[in-house]
Design a binder for this molecule. Structure first.
Ligand code: SF4
Ligand code: SF4
Ligand code: SF4
Length: 346
């Protein structure tokens, strides 16, 4: 059992697990502390300085890096804390392309959360504005767009790509106000080591990394990815009968929320007009639509001509485990052969 630590946030007694950071413990108890660069899947970074708190007797500290200790007294709101947070937030917003109504992340944006919590004053922002970024949008990837004009330099994409994927396609480049997230040599992301998994897109807290053709779903359906035998849990975002988004199911033991490029972005086949939705039988040299009964009767009548090793089955990773079980049973018990293979070996 995890050791339990007792401490106080704004006078309220809190219990947390040993090793939890102050920010993690606060969020677990529904206490909001502004933050942008922290993510539960990643190591603490301490880059945005927004999660500043006061620890009684110890002074100011960033709460995403400090582990809880027995008896600590944390103050999340004080003139000093607010001053530091405000400056950090204003510097970010002053160089940000704020076009929320046109942004795919509008109403689902961590920078909006921070701004509304802190309360931004137009006059102060104007004084801070120096150079408005005008960086070219990288739309080289077939699945997502990088608009670094909206990047808040939280480093979540970089750490995701390194810590979770072990790919390391991107890193911070340049220094000071010129700091950017870049590929090696500043090439478009498609020409980098990126494997297009979209894990960074899923974690970016703002509109700097967004899927192409992003549409907001009206409901979600839990299911399993159709692509391979790993069986990743996915949540299909559905809108008007169409799949418009896929995200990983964090509760699935197979993938714990992570997905590869196929599972995350390869869903357009479902509603594709070229998709076969009924069996086709060749009649007089041309394929014509048939019912499943007709198709199955035809296949069954043809299969009676072949027995044993005259027959082989090629099963699929895209059907369920249960269907694959039935296929091998049919091959062995009905057709009498062990000639059975699977596309996962290709
Ligand atoms: S990233 Fe957030 S703050 Fe920036 S434009 Fe988009 S919604 Fe607005
Ligand atoms: S692109 Fe997104 S995740 Fe990456 S540093 Fe910028 S804001 Fe953070
Ligand atoms: S899509 Fe995947 S591989 Fe490409 S930069 Fe993002 S995390 Fe790295």
């Amino acid at each position: 059992m995890l050791d339990e630590i007792k401490f106080a946030i704004d006078g309220t007694q809190i219990k947390a697990n040993k090793g939890d950071t102050i920010l993690k413990a606060a969020l677990k108890h529904g206490i909001y502390i502004p933050h942008l660069c922290d993510h539960p899947d990643l190591e603490p970074f301490g880059g945005c300085r927004l999660c500043m708190v006061e620890i009684k007797g110890k002074g100011l500290s960033i709460s995403c890096k400090v582990p809880v200790e027995e008896g600590l007294e944390i103050i999340t709101e004080s003139p000093e804390v607010n001053k530091v947070r405000r400056i950090a937030a204003e510097l970010l917003i002053a160089s940000h392309h704020v076009d929320c109504l046109e942004c795919a992340r509008n109403t689902d944006c961590k920078l909006q959360d921070v701004a509304s919590y802190i309360g931004i004053e137009e006059g102060r922002l104007k004084r801070l504005k120096r150079v408005i970024k005008d960086l070219p949008i990288d739309d080289s990837n077939p699945f997502f767009i990088r608009d670094l004009n909206k990047c808040v330099l939280c480093g979540i994409c970089i750490r995701t790509c390194g810590e979770i994927l072990n790919v390391g396609a991107i890193d911070f480049a340049f220094r000071g106000t010129g700091t950017l997230v870049a590929t090696v040599g500043g090439k478009p992301i498609l020409q980098s080591r990126c494997v297009s998994c979209g894990e960074c897109v899923a974690r970016c807290p703002v509109g700097a990394l967004v899927p192409k053709n992003a549409e907001r779903p009206t409901r979600e359906v839990s299911t399993v990815c159709t692509y391979c035998g790993v069986g990743c849990g996915i949540k299909l975002g559905v809108r008007g009968g169409r799949i418009v988004r896929v995200r990983g199911d964090v509760n699935s033991p197979a993938n714990r929320g992570n997905l590869c490029v196929k599972g995350r972005f390869g869903y357009d086949f479902v509603n594709h007009p070229d998709r076969l939705t009924s069996p086709l039988i060749k009649r007089n040299g041309a394929f014509v639509e048939a019912t499943f009964e007709e198709a199955l009767d035809l296949v069954a009548s043809k299969l009676t001509d072949y027995k044993g090793d005259q027959f082989a089955t090629f099963a699929s990773a895209r059907i369920t485990t249960e269907d694959n079980y039935v296929v091998q049973k049919f091959t062995r018990a009905v057709m009498g052969t062990n000639n059975l293979d699977h596309c996962a070996r290709l």
